[in-house]
Unconditional design. Sequence first.
Length: 178
Amino acid sequence: MLKGTLITSRLLLKEAIHEECSKLKSVLHTWTDKQLVEGSGYESEEFEKWISEGDLPPIENACKENYRLKSIYLKEESKLIGYTGLYMGYPAKDCLWIGILVIDSGYRKNGYAQEIISRISDDAGANGFSKLGIAVYLNNWRALRFWTKAGFDRVTGISCDGEYEEEKFATIKLQKEL
Ligand SMILES: CC(C)(COP(=O)(O)OP(=O)(O)OC[C@H]1O[C@@H](n2cnc3c(N)ncnc32)[C@H](O)[C@@H]1OP(=O)(O)O)[C@@H](O)C(=O)NCCC(=O)NCCS
């Protein structure tokens, strides 16, 4: 599932390839508050590695066959405006995990991310998955608002270690039932 190119009304989600890495990096660099909201910069996004080896979750038997990195194109202009990384079967077998979703800042607030989640939800549901999952940094208010509006309304965990400190960053895990 989720193989090849997925089509929505305005977008194409294509399997990312090495030749796109510099464009993917350009999209990433429009995420100018990443360090502020996540506490880590652009070095955490390893497109070359993700394309060759996948970005695998910390579970036994994680494998690249269950991972997809999709480049998001505007259908009309063939312009690369974002990317998403997906893992089929994390944290449980029936859950499709959205590891990352980024839209170029110049193209946000057009409903593109919502269109992508809707397409992925349909595909996941049709292929026997019963939920979608994500983890989002608690300081990432824009994304929190997006995910909760998109139906990720079940809290399944909050990561935080030890006592609160200003330079520590926590994530919340959310699920959307399909
Ligand atoms: C989170 C993110 C992916 C959302 O992408 P997006 O394409 O802007 O999302 P949408 O357009 O579907 O929705 C965003 C907002 O635009 C609004 N919107 C949608 N279509 C609109 C339109 N035609 N006109 C005006 N506003 C619109 C939505 O209602 C939503 O409003 P809200 O912020 O009040 O909730 C994007 O902000 C992003 O890439 N952020 C940086 C990376 C990031 O944080 N990723 C998530 C990591 S977990």
